[in-house]
Design a protein around this ligand. Sequence first.
Ligand SMILES: O=P(O)(O)OP(=O)(O)OP(=O)(O)OC[C@H]1O[C@@H](n2cnc3c(O)ncnc32)[C@H](O)[C@@H]1O
Ligand SMILES: [Mg+2]
Length: 197
Amino acid sequence: MQRIILASSNAGKLAEFNRLFADAGIEVLPQSAFDIPDAEETGLSFVENALLKARHASRLAGLPALADDSGLCVNALNGAPGLYSARYAGTHGDAAANNRRLLAELDAESDRSAFFICLLVLVRHPEDPAPLIAEGRWQGRILNKAEGLQGFGYDPLFLPEGQTCSAAALAPEVKNQLSHRGQALRRLRRQWIDDVA
Ligand SMILES: O=P(O)(O)OP(=O)(O)OP(=O)(O)OC[C@H]1O[C@@H](n2cnc3c(O)ncnc32)[C@H](O)[C@@H]1O
Ligand SMILES: [Mg+2]
């Protein structure tokens, strides 16, 4: 069976990927299994950061690596929190504080439209000059208060277009069908299949 490293330390993403890869016949190992520390995310775009994370994990594990760089872009905030979604309120990964800041920033704002974006990069080796790259976007709007207990990050404040409840109130398999991450992974897998065919 093919083995790849998932170059992420985010438990919410890892749970979603495990479900998305359940039928793929690929063994997907989190970077924690190799004690790989987080890469420095110094890029100016999601795709640059995803490349940095994938190359870093592939180098340290000696295996192909898949990285996800993602975030929430709010139109009235000129795309913020954007690249800084994981540390919007200052501390990396403090979802409650990030959600509080988002609500405060949008306090009197009537345009609450937003989208999640996910860039996936797969490198077959650390210097891979032709990585596979796929993107997904999920449109929606920011609610006035948190709702739902599933998912992670900004899910409790995100009302997906066409839905009547937040992303955190959707069953995990429904979120994967609709989400930026689900879309990007399905696109990546099509490239992957074409690539080996
Ligand atoms: O870099 P890794 O280790 O993968 O983990 P991370 O949490 O730092 O991940 P990112 O740098 O890609 O930042 C993405 C942030 O965007 C938010 N985010 C991304 N996808 C999301 C989703 O599906 N639902 C809710 N929030 C999401 C959440 O705050 C994430 O921490
Ligand atoms: Mg990160």
